[in-house]
Design a protein around this ligand. Structure first.
Ligand SMILES: Cc1cc2nc3c(=O)[nH]c(=O)nc-3n(C[C@H](O)[C@H](O)[C@H](O)COP(=O)(O)O)c2cc1C
Length: 370
């Protein structure tokens, strides 16, 4: 594995506008002002009527905190481990395509920023930098997000390259047998600007790294990505890598249980940020049932922050399955060492439910285990 570089100091934005933002909504507003409208729409939009997109955000409003007082918080340590990798906080950078639409440096800058924050980045198959370039720039750990191509040779080579470049896990996205119909992109005739490609595929021939001949991103995806994926495909991938496999796009307990049976090390509860099947349950609301359904299996299930990393998003971003209740105890972050018991690593108390769904959504399942 290549040696990790020291994080570089953060480059200030030229007019300081980024530094003046006090929350993620303001960063998003700034992006809207600065990006070409079609690129902003690509980043911000969802599929269909964007019901799932709205639900993802609204989902966090179903939870409220019951704060415990008189707990010594002089020293707060959010560090923990995920699949054996140390991270500074239980927040990971999800795989997203085409960073160079926003900034010419693209994913290599994201990798440096993620390393500086002490957490890990999941690099997308559809990155505008190669996975090797990203690994070369990274100052922290990396996972690789895999889309399975119809051409299994391409898929095998992507897996082998990720392993060789020091990526520590494979995140197989399973919610994209076809690309969601993203109406904003259709309306904008969204396309990559000249010079940008699906960089990881350039080694397979220029035609595979560009969409032009397919008309659109959806055309590219339907021509090249494999819509016939089944659980057998997960077995096929397992035979080709020694990396732990995380399945991304799980929403149901029975699928989580099958993921465990098929050797997944983690389950990423996701609806792809509302960009795939519209009308899905909010990821954060789907999480409890998935956790309950996979308790015997992978150590981790986690979900997503719905773009807005407001305080709410921190509550349920990532919940190691067996220490679910520890996460609810005194507000401590879950710790790997507490994973085997329901005892909180920080206050050593038996957990009590300090997090609940609002009365509109009655408590059920693992939420009330104590
Ligand atoms: C602009 C954009 C591009 C994305 N590209 C990918 C991708 O290439 N592969 C993937 O598995 N998920 C992709 N996703 C989905 C994210 O990994 C993640 O599931 C989603 O953004 C989480 O929802 P949230 O944004 O509401 O937190 C993308 C999301 C966005 C917003």
């Amino acid at each position: 594995m290549p040696p990790r570089k020291r994080p570089r100091a953060r480059k200030p934005s030229p007019d300081g506008a980024l530094e003046r933002c006090v929350n993620v909504d303001e960063v998003e507003a700034l992006a809207k002002k600065r990006l070409r409208p079609a690129y902003y729409d690509y980043y911000a939009g969802g599929a269909g009527d964007e019901c799932t997109l709205a639900r993802n955000r609204g989902g966090f409003g179903h939870y409220a905190l019951l704060h415990r007082v008189l707990v010594n918080v002089e020293r707060v340590d959010t560090a923990t481990q995920v699949l054996g990798t140390q991270v500074s906080m239980p927040i990971l950078v999800a795989p997203t395509a085409y960073h160079r639409l926003a900034d010419d440096e693209g994913e290599t800058a994201t990798a440096r920023g993620t390393g500086a924050a002490g957490t890990l980045m999941v690099a997308s198959t559809l990155a505008t930098r190669t996975l090797e370039e990203i690994a070369g720039a990274a100052t922290g750990p990396l996972w690789f997000q895999l889309y399975v191509y119809r051409d299994r040779g391409i898929t095998e080579r992507l897996i082998a390259r990720a392993e060789a470049a020091g990526y520590r896990a494979l995140v197989v996205t399973v919610d994209t047998p076809r690309l969601g119909r993203r109406e904003r992109d259709v309306r904008n005739r969204f396309t990559l600007r000249r010079g940008l490609t699906v960089a990881n595929l350039a080694a397979e021939g220029a035609g595979l790294a560009r969409w032009e001949q397919y008309g659109s991103m959806a055309g590219y995806a339907s021509a090249l990505l494999d819509p016939s994926l089944t659980w057998d495909t997960i077995a096929w991938i397992r035979e080709r890598t020694r990396l732990p496999i995380v399945l991304k796009g799980i929403a149901r307990a029975d699928d989580a249980a099958r993921a465990v049976e098929h050797g997944a090390a983690g389950v990423w509860v996701s609806n792809h940020g509302g960009r795939q099947l519209d009308g899905c349950e909010a990821s954060v609301l789907a999480l409890p049932a998935v956790v309950a359904g996979s308790a015997a299996g992978p150590r981790y299930s986690w979900t997503e922050a719905s773009a807005a990393a407001r305080t709410s998003s921190r509550r349920s971003l990532w919940v190691p399955v067996p220490s679910w209740s520890a996460a609810l105890c005194c507000g401590a972050w879950p710790r790997e060492e507490s994973a085997a018991s329901a005892t909180c690593w920080r206050c050593s108390g038996r957990s009590s439910p300090s997090l609940f769904r609002s009365p509109a959504a009655p408590i059920s399942g693992p939420w009330i285990q104590g």
